[in-house]
Design a protein around this ligand. Sequence first.
Ligand code: PMP
Length: 351
Amino acid sequence: MAVVYNFSAGPGVLPEPVLREVQAEFLSYKQGVSIVEMSHRSDTFGTIVEQLETRLRRLMHIPDDYAVLFLQGGATLQFSMVPMNLRETGRFAYLDSGIWSKKAIADAKHFGDVIVAGSSAASNYGTIPDWPEHIQDVDYLHVTLNNTIEGTRYTKLPDTDVPLVADVSSNILAEAIDVQRYGLLYAGAQKNIGPAGLTLVIIRRDLITERDLPSYLAYSKHVDTLLNTPSTFSLYVAERVLAWVETEGGVEEMERRNEKKSKLLYDALDTSPLFYALVSGKNRSLTNIPFTTGDDATDEAFRQFAETRGLIELGGHRSVGGLRASLYNAMPLEGVTRLIDVMHEFEQEGQ
Ligand code: PMP
């Protein structure tokens, strides 16, 4: 079979050795039954969950005073669970840096007053808003650390006493994140962690309080336990993906590779006579690179041209169009060099 490189923004490419392992184990996992037939309360499955947590704590240097929760509902459910569970004064601050943060803001408004502490909407989210200078009397400050659709990211953090809450769906395990600077981090798994169906929440324990909420919606009900049946398959694959990340050298090595891959592509875009990156400057994302020719029909022609050469899912998000290459951990360097070669080929054909 010809090699296919998958540039999807998520669910995205997973490491091939992991997929092979999953395939080999699928019919019979240890006890002669498939992993998807096994009770989530069994000892065998309990070991998988324990291993998953241990690996995540090691890879992200998560201290003991943080709890790790394995949830469902995607990052989208966290848009509501965060304000429900962290509500004290009912005032929440948000940085409006892209379409996903806008959705987070819209959902938070159901639970209190949202203060938009900075917005780059006026630049069509081609940049990120600065951190607010003084922010106080709010329950938390929410930021989308990597903007998957727009291709921007934060690299510096503010000096603030307000708990920072970050959506790290598209950069978790792709670059170092200093967990101790945050009150809460959340991410859908379907980019750098595993299949869709699993959501990670990493929360400082002192922020978890008993709430008068339906059980699933309260963080306190998920601490150190599986409250209900999780997406067992997603947890199992995630544990294998994290084992792969560890074998490959950890998050620091992933970041180094992602720096290298993204630099190659940005350099190619910056010198191309036809294509250009939609984001310039120091806040370019390592994992999501939107680009264009400036013409919808030519973008679409390139998408199809690339697809016939085994480079798939290069279309931009349906809300913005254009092109986008997502370079998650499992995207090999060869995928990026191949993309650059195909861009050159397309440029030549147009001459
Ligand atoms: N936040 C960000 C930064 C995302 O990239 C996505 C999904 N692409 C979401 C939130 C929504 O995630 P989910 O589909 O898991 O709800």
